[in-house]
Design a protein around this ligand. Structure first.
Ligand SMILES: NC(=O)C1=CN([C@@H]2O[C@H](COP(=O)(O)OP(=O)(O)OC[C@H]3O[C@@H](n4cnc5c(N)ncnc54)[C@H](OP(=O)(O)O)[C@@H]3O)[C@@H](O)[C@H]2O)C=CC1
Ligand SMILES: O=C1OC[C@@H](O)[C@H](O)[C@H]1O
Length: 369
């Protein structure tokens, strides 16, 4: 019997910063690594684009250990117009996701764009319209949604293991001593208004993820929640801390995030999220972006802890595999992380910023490029 060749996806990496290198290294890992099970697809890093110089792209290619044949570009424009590239991975700061994704879409490329999708919902809406007009695949890179652990937890909830879910509580707080870490110029993307900094858009999205994939994604009615929030600002005007209350028809989500306190100060195994149902709950291990275990706590029963150690990759290969399979199958969006979900999440983020008075400069809130 003839074995089928794996589907090959040729990536263009747009930006050479921290997460671009992590993602690109994961693309180079073995598809048969433990827990991966992706021998039906294959990834090639076809090209890398740096914003300022070709040398930067060449250095990046060397650093991540990609083949020397990988093309290095000194501009994003050249990268997105490379006819040998199928999909662009956008890994620039939040402020630039809209413009860079649009650039790739206009060149007819599929796109995987880092979280948060854009600065605001209006920008996301335009990207969705453009992707549909161009007939290409697009997805927000919410990598945690593709962990086997996330699939398992969604299934447990769907199967009614913890009864009817009434509340999801979730936190991602990473005490970063921002004044020292990102000062004195406050230029770092985490606190810089011009780069759409702040806790909410950078790490708060992971707290929201656990609520979203439980109370929104799993409900076929896709109920848009009422949003309340409390926001503490940083000296640059972005949020240093945010707590969000999401009122769904029959359940509540409580998400919090902070750059000043820690979810698990001594790494003693405090959970980052609790999905609470009428029979019991599922506790997810910190950090919310990369949990590697969870515990099922059912009233009157012995607790069950499930380990899901991530091996052979950082954890970003699963989302890449999803892109490859969707594109192979002619899908324009993922069923696990769909575009309408990204848009609804951006609307929540908009509302929290509105309540908290966090406004970014017009130059990055704009829907014009
Ligand atoms: N999924 C995840 O786990 C993570 C996701 N992220 C997301 O990835 C994005 C990038 O984060 P990270 O890699 O930490 O950021 P970095 O600052 O490390 O890298 C950003 C890169 O973007 C490019 N760039 C283009 N324009 C600008 C600009 N005006 N200012 C600064 N950089 C610019 C630069 O690359 P060059 O000049 O070479 O083109 C730069 O190296 C963010 O949106 C963040 O939310 C970040 C960390 C983890
Ligand atoms: O996406 C992310 O996950 C890990 C965090 O450390 C980082 O700031 C954020 O961008």
């Amino acid at each position: 019997m003839a074995t089928q060749e794996p589907f090959t996806l040729r990536w263009g990496i747009l930006a050479t910063g921290w997460i671009a290198s992590v993602f690109a290294k994961d693309l180079l890992t073995s598809t048969s690594a433990p827990g991966r099970n992706a021998t039906d697809v294959r990834h090639i890093i076809q090209a890398v684009g740096a914003s300022s110089s070709q040398q930067k792209a060449t250095d990046f290619i060397k650093k991540i250990g990609a083949p020397e044949s990988t093309t290095a570009y000194g501009s994003y424009d050249e990268l997105v117009n490379d006819p040998n590239v199928d999909i662009i991975y956008v890994a620039t700061p939040h402020s630039h996701h809209f413009a860079h994704t649009l650039l790739a879409l206009n060149a007819g490329k599929h796109v995987l764009c880092e979280k948060p999708f854009t600065v605001n919902a209006a920008q996301t809406k335009i990207l969705i319209e453009k992707a549909r007009e161009k007939g290409v695949f697009m997805m927000e890179a919410v990598w945690t949604r593709f962990f086997p652990l996330s699939y398992e937890i969604r299934k447990l909830v769907q199967d009614g293991t913890i009864g009817e879910v009434r509340r999801v509580w979730s936190d991602l707080s990473l005490a970063q001593n921002p004044e020292e870490t990102y000062g004195p110029g406050d230029e770092h993307r985490m606190v810089n208004r011009d780069l759409a900094g702040g806790a909410l858009l950078d790490i708060g999205v992971y707290s929201l993820l656990w609520i979203w994939q439980t109370l929104y994604h799993l409900d076929p009615a896709r109920p848009k929640p009422e949003v309340s929030a409390s926001v503490q600002k940083y000296r640059t005007g972005v949020d240093a801390e945010a707590t969000v209350l999401l009122h769904f028809p029959t359940s509540t989500g409580i998400a919090s995030t902070s750059l000043r306190i820690d979810t698990d100060p001594n790494n003693t195994g405090l959970p980052c999220a609790r999905i609470q149902g009428t029979k019991g709950e599922i506790q997810i291990s910190h950090p919310a972006y990369k949990p590697e275990s969870y515990t099922i706590v059912i009233k009157g029963e012995e607790e069950k802890r499930v380990e899901k150690k991530i091996e052979g990759q950082h954890g970003m290969a699963w989302e890449a595999d999803e892109c490859a399979r969707c594109i192979r199958d002619g899908k324009k969006e993922s069923e696990v992380m769909g575009l309408e979900e990204s848009l609804a999440m951006m609307e929540v983020l908009d509302r929290v910023r509105e309540i908290g008075g966090v406004k970014y400069p017009d130059s990055i809130e704009t829907t014009q490029v």
